[in-house]
Design a protein around this ligand. Structure first.
Ligand code: PEP
Ligand code: MG
Length: 754
């Protein structure tokens, strides 16, 4: 007679299941062994105990093993390696209780081990047909799937892009072919490994999805899916109102909602250069897009990344390229098909996901056709998931009344760019803002983080009056902007601008900046195929100084690294790029490029007032090494040398750096991120990364104390532009503030009020 083994996490459960099965065999004896729990109370499974149970149950006709979940399966597989005759043992994919009952009945009736295993595997059939749940259907090849289940969607917006992305990503990790269908609507089966196909299920809250799987890990995959669905695919319940976001760039913006990336692209009418060439070009464009998206570190784009690897989409594109379409036409055709599938869905939220598909489709097309970043078409309030630096830089302040981003934080690079361009912005407003349809009137306040779609007359009037008051304040500040800022106690404070281009330098001058307190030189190094030479750098730095009318410019040496990678010096893969080879560490690791930049800086410093500073300094040794290289680059009499203080270690040991610098410039964006262990771009950590944290204030005090009389203390992080924080910074001994160009007049007023 075939023996049975029950493997499960709980010993009492196994005993009870065996007792139940014994009831069904009506007293006929069956050899059942238990390998369950670590003792009577502790959950667990043990491979040695399982192998011993198998040996005890095997009387020569073989053994069928019934299992519960997870490690039970792994332990049983391991046990098979320990038994003498593994060929006589069948691990059943059937359900533990129903399978055991069916197997016991079959074994008691003298069935062989294959028949017993088949009975166990079919253990759920009776209950399923009784309750109307799907009975495992044979697939096209006539085989029954290895595992099935039904899950219910609990997410408020159904299985929309993010939960669908999570489902697809996690299912792919299993060695199994998993399919889904919407049992509520009676849809066709679709592969769970394809985001686009999963989205076409139109699965709304409360819908039931049938799951079936085949393959070695079919059961595990299905179990995992069931657990994921029970946790709403990791998605917290969202409030019904459009949430407030982070105040990122002050000012009120009112206008119709605009969406970027919907601008149509004209496809060139050229013949295919052959499938191999076209395919290679497409792969490159997809790679570039993946890099651009990755650089944003924004979970909002996870679905976009997944789309770039979607089997269904890529197979379609490949087929089109093989039929002599160009890469651009093939990509456009295949993505348009997918977007059209979304358009047909009944639920407006899921239908809205077509915009995601079109956005990423456009991004790849632009990379493929070498087109510039898109600018939104029209005037109004731009709503987007996030912006690439190139997109943010392309915004026209004359046309864009405001920017509302689902993702990001006030110190994210997109936020800094909106502030630099003087465009009101709210960031980290959450994915609900992406539901605002293009053309809907939007009122937003970048000073408070409020966003109202389709405001009532009353709300609109209040935003308008706020905008008017701000306009009056701004005009007063602008009128006094060219004057120096002096506190009521007669302390003169330099108010400079942070610039990342010649155009920013012009805006700085127009807003009365006393200097450029931070020139982010990386703008010259990113998004190109090789580093700029000395002459090119000299020309650009000179133009920045000229745009500022010869006022002092503070050139920060290249702050590249893993979060701002250079295409021509790809960084090694780093698990924590913000803790990696960035800033000065990166420059010291690439001395030839660093030496060229220092030579360019020294040359410009011989013509015009220049300060140079090093980013991300952590130790005195690093600073000494940088100074030694600067000395080798040559002499320039008026050149002032400083360092950024943005690593807590440097702030705490500021006194040790004093002998080597003329000034400290505190980078509060990074100093906050490193002090609070809170990534600066992470929208979920806004409460940690917004404002002056007391711990950061103490570090700034420490720098102020250590600097003494000789060394100037500046702040160039975004906090310097926060009018409410200015008095606290001055109290710590800060004597220079460097802010987004558009904020200079208001910050000067704030200084005067101290
Ligand atoms: C800072 O970290 O505060 C800073 C000014 O540098 P960046 O924002 O360029 O990293
Ligand atoms: Mg920094």
């Amino acid at each position: 007679m075939v023996g049975l083994v029950v493997v499960c996490h709980s010993r009492p459960l196994a005993r009870a299941a065996v007792a139940l099965a014994a009831e069904m065999t009506r007293g006929r004896p069956v050899a059942v062994e238990i390998a369950a729990g670590l003792d009577d109370e502790t959950f667990g499974t043990d491979a040695v105990a399982i192998s011993e149970a198998i040996a005890a149950a095997d009387s020569g006709d073989g053994v069928v093993v019934l299992l519960d979940l997870g490690s039970a399966v792994l332990s049983a597989e391991l046990a098979l390696e320990m038994v003498d005759e593994p060929g006589r043992v069948v691990l059943s994919a059937g359900p533990l209780v129903e399978g055991l009952v069916a197997a016991a009945v079959a074994a008691a009736s003298g069935a062989d081990r294959h028949e017993v295993a088949a009975e166990a595997g079919n253990g759920l059939a009776g209950k399923q047909s009784h309750l109307g749940a799907p009975v495992a259907e044979p697939d096209e090849a006539g085989r029954a799937p290895d595992s099935t289940a039904t899950i219910t969607i609990r997410n408020a917006h159904g299985l929309h892009a993010r939960p669908a992305a999570r489902l697809v990503t996690e299912v792919r990790a299993f060695d199994a072919r998993v399919e889904l269908r919407n049992a509520t609507t009676g849809s066709a089966w679709v592969p769970a490994s394809s985001l686009t196909r999963v989205a076409t299920l139109g699965a709304l809250r409360g819908h039931d999805l049938d799951v079936r799987a085949e393959g070695r890990e079919a059961e595990k995959a299905v179990e995992h899916l069931v657990a994921l669905a029970a946790q709403s695919f990791g998605e917290a319940e969202e409030p019904d109102d459009v949430p407030e976001g982070g105040a990122a760039s002050p000012g009120v913006g009112i206008g119709p909602a605009l969406r970027i990336r919907d601008v149509p692209i004209e496809l060139p009418d050229v013949p295919s250069q052959g499938p191999a060439t076209e395919w290679r070009r497409l792969e490159q464009a997809i790679g570039t897009t993946r890099q651009e998206i990755g650089r944003l570190h924004s979970p909002v784009f996870d679905a976009h990344l997944l789309l770039l690897e979607d089997d269904d989409l890529i197979t379609d594109v490949r087929g089109r390229i093989d039929q002599d379409e160009t890469a651009a036409r093939a990509w456009h055709g295949a993505t348009a098909r997918v977007a059209a599938q979304f358009d047909e869905l009944a639920d407006p939220y899921l239908r809205g996901r077509a915009a995601d598909v079109r956005a990423v489709a456009q991004q790849v097309l632009r990379a493929l056709l070498d087109l510039p970043a898109p600018a939104p078409d029209g005037d109004g309030v731009l709503i987007a998931a996030d912006l690439t630096p190139a997109e943010a830089a392309a915004l026209d302040p004359g046309r864009i009344a405001g920017v509302v981003l689902a993702s990001g934080s006030p110190t994210s690079h997109a936020a800094i760019l909106t502030r630099t361009r003087g465009i009101p912005a709210v960031v980290g407003a959450g994915p609900r803002v992406l539901e605002i349809a293009a053309g809907t009137l939007v009122a937003m306040d970048g000073g408070t983080g409020e966003v109202v779609a389709d405001p009532s007359e009353q709300v609109l009037a209040s935003f308008r009056s706020r905008a008017d008051q701000q306009g009056v304040r701004r005009n007063e500040a602008l009128a006094r902007a060219p004057e120096t800022a002096v506190t009521s106690q007669g302390i003169r404070i330099e108010v400079g601008a942070n610039v990342g281009s010649v155009e920013d330098a012009r805006a700085a001058a127009a807003n009365g900046a006393d200097l450029a307190g931070l020139v982010r030189t990386e703008f010259l190094f990113l998004d190109r195929t090789e580093a700029p030479g000395v002459d090119e750098q000299v020309a650009v730095y000179r133009r920045i100084a000229e745009a500022l009318g010869g006022r002092r410019i503070t050139l920060r040496t290249l702050d590249a690294g893993s979060d701002k990678p250079l295409p021509y010096l790809p960084p090694p893969t780093e698990a924590n790029p913000f803790l990696g080879v960035r800033g000065l560490r990166h420059s010291l690791a690439h001395p030839a490029m660093f030496a060229e930049q220092l030579r360019a800086i020294v040359r410009v410093a011989r013509e015009t007032p220049v300060s140079v500073m090093f980013p991300m300094v952590t130790t005195v040794d690093e600073l000494r090494a940088a100074r030694a290289m600067l000395a080798e680059a040559g002499e320039a009499p008026g050149l002032r040398v400083g360092m950024m203080v943005e690593v807590p270690a440097a702030a705490l040991r500021a006194a040790e750096f004093v002998p080597y610098v003329d000034f400290f410039s505190i980078g509060t964006n990074d100093l906050t991120q490193y002090t609070l262990a809170a990534e600066r771009g992470n929208a979920a950590l806004l409460s940690l990364t917004t404002g002056l944290d007391p711990a950061v204030a103490r570090l700034i005090d420490e720098v102020g104390r250590a600097a003494g009389e000789r060394v100037l203390v500046a702040v160039c992080g975004e906090l310097a532009g926060d009018e409410a924080v200015v008095p606290r910074l001055l109290a710590a001994g800060v004597r220079e503030l460097s802010v987004a160009p558009g904020l200079v007049p208001l910050v000067k007023q704030a200084v005067r009020a101290v």
